[in-house]
Design a protein around this ligand. Structure first.
Ligand code: ADP
Ligand code: MG
Length: 272
């Protein structure tokens, strides 16, 4: 079954990761197995330092696992990168300050050697998809943080990736902008059919954007729990008011912190 899934989605098969710096070793991940079926959305959630970014970077071929293996659509991360079947977006998305938004969005295709007319067309489509039409000629410094993240997502989408790897893409944004972009991304995922692996430490973001949430615990980093989010893909902003949303929040909070019901004061703080 694992083999069948590996052809169609993202698979981590008993992945372990030990970082070595001089004679110091950090066990970042231990025995992590995860399947993200093609066309579905998974979030990795957990405290800082539990290895979320490491697992994502393994899929993105930025680091190689020291144990086990990862695959995307049945091939290694290195091959997936060569075939350009994934794109990555992170919190500190780098926009070149001297380039206009259009030119920044075109960058990925430019590096890939795509000719100017084709790359302009694809970039315009991506800019439209993220709602930045009208800002093509603006410089990054003229945009808000939320708009810059939209531009970073647009750039990732120009390659028409089958897999989107996102590492706290909205982590630097205020709560309202973040939630707005969560629902924008939801729409984009539905339109593109991309498979998503998202790192976040926001419980609500994980619920909004996932079919499955993998809860990670630190020292050493491992996947301690998988929670299915049964909203299907027809979900919309109304899901926030669905009683199941609050139930998932409670379940995930308990999985993360291992505590029973928080006092009302603490609960308010959590959601502030
Ligand atoms: P998270 O994204 O969940 O905050 P990371 O994957 O960034 O966690 O880090 C997991 C652990 O691995 C942490 O203890 C971190 O200090 C360590 N680590 C991450 N990157 C490196 C690296 N390049 N070299 C050495 N240790 C690292
Ligand atoms: Mg991280």
């Amino acid at each position: 079954m694992a083999e069948l899934a590996s052809e169609f989605g993202m698979v981590a098969d008993h992945v372990g990761m030990v970082y070595r710096r001089g004679n110091q070793e950090t066990q970042a991940l231990v025995d992590c197995s995860l399947t993200v079926p093609r066309g579905t959305w998974t979030s990795l959630i957990g405290a800082s330092g539990c290895g979320k970014s490491t697992l994502l970077r393994i899929f993105a071929d930025i680091v190689k696992p020291t144990h086990g293996a990862a695959s995307l659509h049945g091939v290694s991360p290195a091959e997936a990168r060569a075939n350009r079947i994934f794109s990555m977006v992170s919190q500190q998305s780098t926009m070149l300050p001297w380039r206009k938004i259009m030119e920044n969005v075109e960058l990925g295709l430019e590096v890939a050697g795509v000719d100017k007319a084709a790359r302009r067309k694809a970039a315009q489509e991506a800019i439209d998809l993220v709602g930045l039409r009208g800002f093509e000629k603006a410089y990054p410094s003229e945009l808000s943080g939320g708009m810059r993240q939209r531009a970073a997502i647009a750039r990732a989408l120009t390659l028409k990736p089958q897999f989107l790897l996102m590492d706290e893409p909205f982590g630097a944004l205020d709560e309202l902008t973040r939630e707005k972009l969560n629902f924008e991304l939801l729409r984009i995922l539905k339109e593109t059919g991309a498979t998503l692996l998202l790192v976040t430490h926001s419980i609500s973001e994980a619920i909004i954007l996932s079919d499955q949430v993998a809860v990670m615990t630190p020292r050493p980093g491992r996947i301690s729990r998988l929670v299915d989010i049964g909203f299907g893909h027809a979900r919309s902003a109304a899901m926030r008011d669905d009683p199941r949303f609050a139930a998932y929040e409670t379940e995930l909070r308990h999985s993360l912190y291992g505590t029973p019901v928080a006092s009302p004061a603490e609960a308010n703080q959590t959601y502030a």
